[in-house]
Design a protein around this ligand. Sequence first.
Ligand code: HEM
Ligand code: MG
Length: 331
Amino acid sequence: TLEKPPGQMKNTLTKLVNDPAHPWIAPAPDDQRDPCPGLNTLANHGYLPRDGIATPAQIVNAVQEGFNMANDIAVFVTYAAHLVDGNLLTDLLSIGGKSAKTGPNPPSPAIVGGLDTHAVFEGDASTTRGDAFFGDNHSFNESLFDELTAFSNKFGAGFYNLSVATEFRFQRIQDSIATNPQFSLISPRYYTAYAESVFPVAFFVDGRETNGSLNMTVARGFFQDGRMPNDFFRSNISWGLDLIGEGIGFIFTPHPIEPGTNNGTLNSYTLDPNSADFSDFCKLYTDFVNVTVRGLYPNATGPLLNALNQNLDFFFGPLGDQGCTQVPAFV
Ligand code: HEM
Ligand code: MG
């Protein structure tokens, strides 16, 4: 049996997290890093194993301890990623690309490619990473960061905040519609695109501040170098599905865009009525299990089937409270 997901921490107040026990150390060449600045930072500060290969339980603990992410969203996001990008038998996930360190591969079509894998979790119109269509979906992209800085100057008086997030999220989607013939913005990416725009406001702002404004030098440290500023205190509140959902609503409402894709040509964005959207959060869950995960594991048996079903149980855990019904175990 696999290790169960950790629960919520006892102390959920702000505290120094860039402390002497967690110094920033640049990753070694073979250490895995990439599309997620939050997890890169936790690995560079030793809240996660510095080689970037971690168990889901280690990731849940690290995002809680290092950033004060609440347990419900920490468990939901971590097990979603692990189910599609991790090795279910060894319980190991690469936070970057595919790695032999996660152990022997299950039969294809399972991928076990780490967080860099396109389309099962990682997706288009990212904040500071390019679309997979352009050849690199995971490295820090200076021109995107420059654009983000320009938007922060224009809409946030030099800071990243939810108003900047509103405009930049919209801009990144418009940009992909106009330049990426294979642009896709359907669930689960539809949700993560909006969530990742809220995360810097929630988690990269020092917990002793209450204005929701992220200094862009600090932002560069996180996005580019996976680095907390000196004397960094984590958030003073636990950000869970409820608060992140409020942030998403703030960003979505002024420029509502429904899930869809370009259909092989530029500027051909077509709505996809089959994709989950913000009106039905439980469909995000059921489609992820029945379509995305099932697609990777169409006929698992034995220990693999057992590990799959345990991870699906862990993934559902936070959703009982959201009024969702659990998909029956795979057989
Ligand atoms: C993006 C995974 C927690 C901040 C991503 C992406 C993945 C990912 C796969 C790439 C999505 C894309 O842009 O295509 C995870 C997992 C987490 C987690 C499995 C476990 C709980 C966090 C935390 C933070 C964070 C705690 C903040 C402290 C971000 C941001 C992006 C991102 C800001 C957008 C990056 C960009 O394009 O500039 N994450 N993440 N994540 N994540 Fe995480
Ligand atoms: Mg991406």
